[in-house]
Design a protein around this ligand. Sequence first.
Ligand SMILES: NC(=O)c1ccc[n+]([C@@H]2O[C@H](COP(=O)([O-])OP(=O)(O)OC[C@H]3O[C@@H](n4cnc5c(N)ncnc54)[C@H](OP(=O)(O)O)[C@@H]3O)[C@@H](O)[C@H]2O)c1
Length: 247
Amino acid sequence: MTKRLKTVLITGGVKRIGLSIARILHDNHYNIIITYNKSSKQAKDIFTELNNKSKDSCRIIKVDFSKISNFSKFCGDALKCFGRLDVLVNNASRFYPTKIDQINEKSWIDLIDTNLKSPLMLSKVFYSELKKRRGNIINIIDIHINPPLKDHIIYNISKAGLLALTKTLAKDLAPQIRVNGVSPGAIMWPEADENKVKKKKDILSRIALKRVGDPKDIAKAVLFLIKDGNYITGQNINVDGGRKLNM
Ligand SMILES: NC(=O)c1ccc[n+]([C@@H]2O[C@H](COP(=O)([O-])OP(=O)(O)OC[C@H]3O[C@@H](n4cnc5c(N)ncnc54)[C@H](OP(=O)(O)O)[C@@H]3O)[C@@H](O)[C@H]2O)c1
C-alpha cells in the first residue's frame, strides 16, 4: 500500500462536489480532513468509507463558517489531525438569490463570511504551514462571476471577491505557495432547482457540450492543479463544457 505523506483540507466536503474532490484526492494518496456543518450523517458516512479503505486516513471537523470566531483554534485542531497540511481547498459555499430588496445584514454575513471571508482567514491561519510544505490553495469559484448571475447580488460579490483573493494571494504567497481557482459551470443543480425543468433545459441549450458536468470533472481539475500544475499559479480554470462560449 502506498504511504500517505500529504494532507488536504476540504471545506464543505461531505457531499456533492466537495465529496468528489475528497474521494479523488484520497484515491491519490492524500490524507483527508473534511469540514461539514449541517450534514452530520454524510460526514459520518465518508469518514467510515475512507477509513475503511485506508486506516486512519480521514478526519472530519464540524464548523459553521458564518459563525466561527476563532480561526487560529480551528487551524490548531486541523493540524493536530495528521501533523501537517499541504493543500487547502476552499469549497464550502452558500448559494441563494438576494434581489436588491432582499438584501440585509443576515444574508450579507451568511454569504460573504462563508464564501469569501473564510477562504481568506483560512489562508491566513494556514499560511506558515503551507509555506513550509510548499503547498497549494485551491478556491472553488463559479463561472457566473462574469457575467454575474441575475438576482444573486451578494453571491456574485462573494465569488468575484474569491477570484480577486485567488489572484492577490497567488502574488503575495509566491514563490512557496501556489494559489489557483476552479470555476464550475452547471455540474449539479442547486438542491432548490431540482424540479425546475424549463430552467434546466434553457441552461443545457447554452452549454456547448450539451450536458451537465460531473463532480468528478471538478475534482480532476483540482487534482491536476495540485499534482501536475507545478508552473501554474493565479489562474482560474473554467470547467463548464463550453458554457462560457454562450453566456
Ligand atoms: N453545483 C454546481 O453546479 C456549481 C456551480 C458553480 C459553482 N459551484 C461551486 O462549487 C462548490 C461546490 O458546489 P456544491 O453545489 O457541491 O456546493 P453546496 O452543496 O451548495 O455546498 C457545499 C457545502 O458547503 C457547506 N457549507 C455551506 N455553508 C456553510 C457554512 N456556513 N459553514 C460551513 N460549511 C458550509 C455545506 O455543508 P453542510 O451540508 O455540512 O452544511 C455544503 O455541503 C461551491 O463553492 C459552489 O459555489 C457549484
